[in-house]
Design a protein. Structure first.
Length: 191
């Protein structure tokens, strides 16, 4: 029961104090679940992030569900997920009840400008940690750098190209390389 409460409270804390969505939360989830609580390893966090990005739903919620399930099965998954969602739901609900033009209040608008910067830093921090843990092989690094450069060029030149389509293209390229390399190894073993 203690672990279930800890899962709920840990993810409620993450959900309450993190702005900017799933990518901004990755670094905080990793700090809580890998560094402090030791619920998962760094490699598991990398795998969770990849799976959470490629499955429907917000990344942070998918991460919470996985960690909760790994620790305490279905009950852990439910409580971790509720812990992640509940604070945001309550805050947004309360804001919607009392303030019609919430973002038109000068202080709040300025606060959100500062929060945007902090979110960018959190996302960059998560990306740097993942890059450092990534395999030091030329093909994964080339794919990552190529995707990053293309996405930057799309943003710089304001081209209308979906980031989801770009991820799918590079995912397919990675899969083809994996299959070709796998077939090459099998052919070498049979000879």
């Amino acid at each position: 029961m203690k672990l279930l409460i800890s899962l709920f409270l840990s993810f409620a804390k993450i959900g309450l104090f993190t702005f900017g969505g799933g990518y901004a939360m990755i670094s905080i989830i990793e700090d809580a679940c890998v560094e402090k609580k030791k619920w998962i390893s760094h490699d598991e966090m990398m795998n969770i992030t990849v799976v959470a990005e490629s499955t429907p739903g917000p990344i942070a919620i998918n991460c919470a569900t996985f960690v909760g399930y790994k620790q305490k099965g279905f009950a852990g998954a439910v409580l971790a997920t509720i812990g992640m969602v509940l604070p945001s739901f309550v805050i947004i609900y309360l804001i919607s009840l009392f303030l019609d033009n919430f973002l038109e209040i000068t202080i709040i608008a300025n606060a959100f400008k500062g929060i945007k910067l902090a979110v960018g830093i959190l996302i960059l921090d998560a990306a740097i940690k993942m890059i450092k843990k990534m395999q030091k092989k030329p093909i994964p690094r080339t794919i990552m750098i190529s995707a990053t450069v293309i996405m930057l060029l799309i943003n710089i030149f304001s081209l209308k190209f979906s980031s989801v389509a770009l991820m799918l293209i590079f995912g397919i390229i990675s899969l083809v390389i994996f299959i070709v390399k796998g077939n090459g190894r099998k052919a070498g073993k049979q000879a």
